[in-house]
Design a protein around this ligand. Structure first.
Ligand code: GDP
Ligand code: CA
Length: 346
């Protein structure tokens, strides 16, 4: 007789921007359509978002990963770009350029600016980033929009990823740029020598983050950047330990498919921390919980099926399934496979 699946009441996802947001969108679709074992439209999803990409520009506090998640799950995203608002216009950017204001390589769209104005005003009035995020999400993540989903910043403290690059013009032979400058202006086109996460050691998890990891039925590491998205979340003191200790199983999905990232610059980031750019190397970099790491299970793409043995040898339960988030159904199927890997089939 088939056993009924364990109910999946609460899921916590540790997410970056575009990759994580697409995954959560597919997970919610699977929960709503009943294809995720044990899940239902009532399953509560908590997304802990990376905030180390955040920065201040033109006097505004911009939180790219929080906003990508909020706009994607609230159906306000520009689907083609994967970030920013749909039907965006760029008058403010053009006006700033006409004044000769730098930097000109970071575009803030007119609609998007409204979000940053609200956030900045609230922060300056003394609200925490968690409180601001909750307020912004009242517009985007009401039950009518995204279902039962809650968005938390990883920390209310300022944490910023900076990248050291070789610079022959500098006396030290290197210079350090903000992550946004490395990614948006330089398109990650030069090797990253070191990834510096400024402020991380002194940061604390935002309210509700540790409880969400400790009190859920499943923790998911989505196909987000392992270094500058998931790595920075796990690096907030207390979060990695909470993932290690939670009674919930922890499952991840590889952002590396066929030896490269799908979008973005995970390859450059992995190289900078000395991790091979492969689905198995990322899985063993996270490591098995049974050996002090953070994973119980790890999904790789079918074209990486030959990567399963080293993962199993490292104590990570692994399976090869299609991992391209080509549409909502495909992504929901990935979420269902992830649940099945660590909690068994329906
Ligand atoms: P970011 O903050 O916007 O860079 O987004 P994330 O860190 O959440 O996700 C970036 C990662 O998503 C990249 O390393 C990509 O390789 C990965 N990614 C994007 N699309 C896909 C996909 O369809 N399948 C898989 N497996 N990974 C993907
Ligand atoms: Ca990001």
């Amino acid at each position: 007789m088939p056993s009924s699946p364990l109910p999946l009441r609460r899921v916590t996802v540790l997410s970056g921007g575009v990759g994580g947001a697409r995954f959560v969108q597919g997970l919610l679709h699977g929960l709503r359509s009943g294809t995720v074992p044990g899940g239902s439209p009532d399953t509560e999803v908590t997304v802990v978002a990376n905030t180390a990409d955040d920065w201040w520009i033109h006097g505004l506090k911009v939180c790219p990963d929080l906003d990508t998640l909020m706009y994607t799950l609230g159906d306000g995203i520009d689907v083609e770009r994967g970030w920013g608002r749909r039907d965006e216009t760029w008058s403010a950017k053009a006006e700033l350029e006409a004044y000769g204001v730098e930097p000109t390589w970071f575009g803030l769209g007119d609609r998007d600016i409204a979000t940053h104005l609200v956030r900045t005003q609230m922060l300056e009035a003394g609200y925490t980033l968690s409180q601001v995020t909750e307020a912004l999400c009242r517009r985007w993540l009401s039950p009518a929009h995204g279902g039962r989903v809650r968005l938390l910043p990883m920390s209310d403290d300022r944490v910023e990823t900076h990248i050291a690059i070789a610079d022959p013009d500098s006396p030290s032979g290197r210079s350090v740029v903000h992550f946004q400058e490395y990614w948006v202006r330089m398109r990650a086109s030069v090797p990253a020598e070191t990834v510096l996460v400024v402020g991380q050691d002194a940061a604390a998890p935002a309210p509700g983050v540790l409880e969400a990891i400790d009190g859920c039925d499943l923790v998911v590491v989505p196909p987000s950047n392992p270094v500058v998205s998931v790595g920075t979340i796990l690096g907030v003191p207390g979060i990695r330990d909470a993932v290690r200790r939670t009674p919930a199983p922890v499952v991840g999905l590889s952002p590396i498919v066929g030896g490269s990232h799908v979008h973005g610059m995970a390859a450059q980031m992995l190289t900078s921390i000395g991790v091979e750019v492969s689905a198995s190397a990322v899985g063993t970099h996270y490591g098995a919980r049974s050996a002090g790491g953070v994973l119980d299970g790890w999904l790789v793409d079918t074209r990486d099926a030959d990567h399963l043995p080293p993962l199993e040898a490292a104590g990570v339960r692994a399976r090869a399934v299609p991992l391209m988030m080509s549409d909502l159904d495909a992504t929901a199927a990935m979420a269902a496979e992830a649940v099945t890997l660590v909690r068994g089939p329906a």
